[in-house]
Design a protein around this ligand. Structure first.
Ligand code: NAP
Length: 237
């Protein structure tokens, strides 16, 4: 069965994508910066998804280019190749442009743009060796719909969309299918967000995971290269 490498899969949307792909029989490598969390989630997913021997973990900061190269190569070696890449890891640091500090700017751009670039560049030779595969990048509706107080985050997601669409054009002839998914507001603890009293209107991480699983099953004749997903009934007011 194909092997998926998912960045930032210890919680939220990435964890839901890992569970969905394990549920359909894939091999999965999960990653995150917190090593003990990676170990815990590998054990939890193996139990929950009846996936003993099909899920492995790798502590990884995607801002570290050399570590990304090593982690992608180790993942391919562990499960006999690499077929699906999901660039999910990201951070949010918020503030008006006038007040944004260098550290916050670099944190957002290095995690949300350079990280997916490092992962894609490292993985493409393995996808070519496998005869094709998928790269699915998780961007955000904040890319095409920027809002005040989130310039760095919105700019990072617009950049990821552009990077994805360039890569899509470069790679589709090699049967490497690049899609970018743009979720709206999703019920996770992204950037330390504390849950509201009513989270029911938001997307669930499983909704986004379903889109990713459907993309991988999509007939090869056509390529849904950009998918937007938003709450069907947004919060009023
Ligand atoms: N939640 C939303 O409303 C929403 C809406 C639209 C788009 N999105 C996008 O969906 C994706 C997932 O969001 P989420 O809400 O599920 O986030 P989340 O719950 O905060 O999970 C983020 C994951 O990424 C990992 N991560 C963060 N920085 C990393 C780094 N430098 N290297 C490796 N792993 C890193 C985290 O683990 P560690 O902290 O241990 O590294 C965690 O596993 C993101 O791309 C986000 O921009 C979210």
């Amino acid at each position: 069965m194909p092997h998926a490498f998912i960045s930032g899969s210890t919680r939220g949307i990435g964890r839901a994508i890992a569970a969905a792909l394990l549920g359909s029989g894939h091999h999965v490598t999960i990653t995150g910066r917190d090593e003990s969390m990676v170990r815990t989630v590998v054990g939890d997913l193996a139990r929950e998804c009846d996936a003993e021997g099909r899920v492995r973990g790798q502590a990884l900061d995607i801002r570290d280019r050399a570590a990304v190269d090593a982690a992608v190569a180790a993942a391919a070696a562990a499960f006999g190749g690499l077929h699906i890449i999901v660039n999910n890891a990201a951070v949010g640091r918020y503030g008006d442009v006038e007040a944004m500090g260098d550290e916050d700017w670099h944190m957002v751009m290095e995690t949300n743009v350079s990280g997916p670039f490092f992962v894609m560049r490292a993985a493409i030779p393995f996808l070519r060796a496998a005869g094709g595969g998928w790269i699915i990048n998780i961007a955000s509706l904040a890319g095409p719909h920027p809002f005040a107080g989130a310039g760095a985050y919105c700019a990072s997601k617009a950049a990821l969309i552009a990077l994805s669409e360039s890569a899509m054009q470069e790679l589709r002839g090699a049967d490497i299918r690049v899609s970018v998914v743009l979720p709206g507001s999703t019920a996770t603890s992204f950037s330390g967000r504390v849950a509201d009293v009513d989270e029911s209107w938001r997307l669930s991480p499983d909704d986004v995971a379903t889109v990713v699983a459907d993309l991988i099953r999509h007939p090869t004749r056509s390529l849904p290269s950009r998918v937007e997903i938003r709450p069907a009934r947004p919060k009023k007011g």
